[in-house]
Design a protein around this ligand. Sequence first.
Ligand SMILES: [Mg+2]
Length: 167
Amino acid sequence: MLFKPHIWLNSVLDIDKDFLEKHGIEALVLDLDNTLSMHGHQEPEKGVMRWLEQMRELGIKMTVVSNNTVKRVRPLAQKLGLQFCANGCKPLTFGISRAIRAMGADKRHTAVVGDQIFTDIVGGNLKGVTTVLVEPFHLEDTWTFRLKRRAESIFFKRDYSKLERKK
Ligand SMILES: [Mg+2]
């Protein structure tokens, strides 16, 4: 299903060696805002730098694909030491495709990780890679975001009883 993530985690920090092996993941296409950092902030969230180190030690390829602008994405991606694709236009797939190509990754062993169903998850599902939904680090306190999150939780809750992809 287009709107359904294969896997639902609390945080990107929950991705570890066991998880990657279990799901056969060797490359990660990472969302930026609210997945690695608070929306609009130029500092990574607590624990993210250490997590990135662990991923690198495991040989995991990683690229940021964000719908945000180069001006927003570049400074933080550089701080994180990650290649990036800004103006990614998720849920369209060309940003994700470009990232997979640039990493030399195999789509069958790639996961898209992000906090938004309508962009990150739909984009990954359209591309045919594993999709991992994470809870945003911070809920943006605007009525539009509150409404969107509420709609997502109500609408998708029923579907989310068995999120682990059956292999
Ligand atoms: Mg996001």
